[in-house]
Design a protein around this ligand. Structure first.
Ligand code: SF4
Ligand code: SF4
Length: 178
């Protein structure tokens, strides 16, 4: 979600521009606005906001994410995006993880996310406008609600394994353990 912090280090820039996982629907399914955000202004620059009771959110994959992992509204991005740093970025900035190792982790995570997307597509879900977790849950419901032929059952079990592998890496390397 964050592409870069307000004064990006070279490490952050290089890592985040190779990654994009916090904006592209792999880490999160949505982002909540916070105090200090101007909802009307964010809508006017292209963020599609959803209002649910007192919360205002925008879905991921983010409408402001460009193909090169840059944020199209970087200068005006929401508060949460300015504040967010994943665990991996924090570790790199603290000097605990080498940049080369961090880039390998990002590459692996993106490969695993790609594998999940391919398995979803094999099961008929090609809706890349939705977050990966939503697509997986929806596909799981659909598959489990019908009688499974052998091939579908096999593909679904490969999908479940791919999601498990991805989630392990996200949990170990990207989510903060406080
Ligand atoms: S507004 Fe920018 S930084 Fe925030 S989630 Fe979207 S692309 Fe990422
Ligand atoms: S998940 Fe971490 S490394 Fe990847 S873009 Fe977001 S802050 Fe940067």
């Amino acid at each position: 979600m964050n592409k870069l912090t307000s004064s990006p280090t070279a490490a952050a820039e290089s890592l985040c521009l190779s990654c994009g996982l916090c904006c592209n629907g792999v880490l999160f399914k949505d982002v909540e606005l916070r105090e200090g955000d101007n909802a009307e202004q964010l809508e006017s620059i292209g963020l599609p906001l959803e209002r649910l009771k007192k919360k205002i959110r925008f879905p991921q994959p983010c409408a402001a994410l460009c193909g090169d992992n840059r944020c199209r509204i970087y200068a005006d991005r929401p508060v949460r995006c300015r504040q967010f740093e994943c665990a991996l970025l924090k570790e790199v900035n603290a000097g605990h993880v080498e940049m080369s190792a961090a880039l390998r982790i990002v590459r692996t995570a993106r490969e695993r996310a790609g594998k999940v997307q391919r398995r979803l597509a094999e099961l008929g879900d090609t809706d890349t406008a939705l977050a990966l977790s939503i697509r997986f849950r929806r596909t799981k419901r659909r598959v489990e609600s019908g009688a499974l032929d052998e091939e579908t059952a096999e593909t679904f079990s490969r999908l479940t394994l791919a999601v498990h592998d991805l989630n392990l890496l996200l949990r170990d390397s990207f989510f903060l353990h406080e």
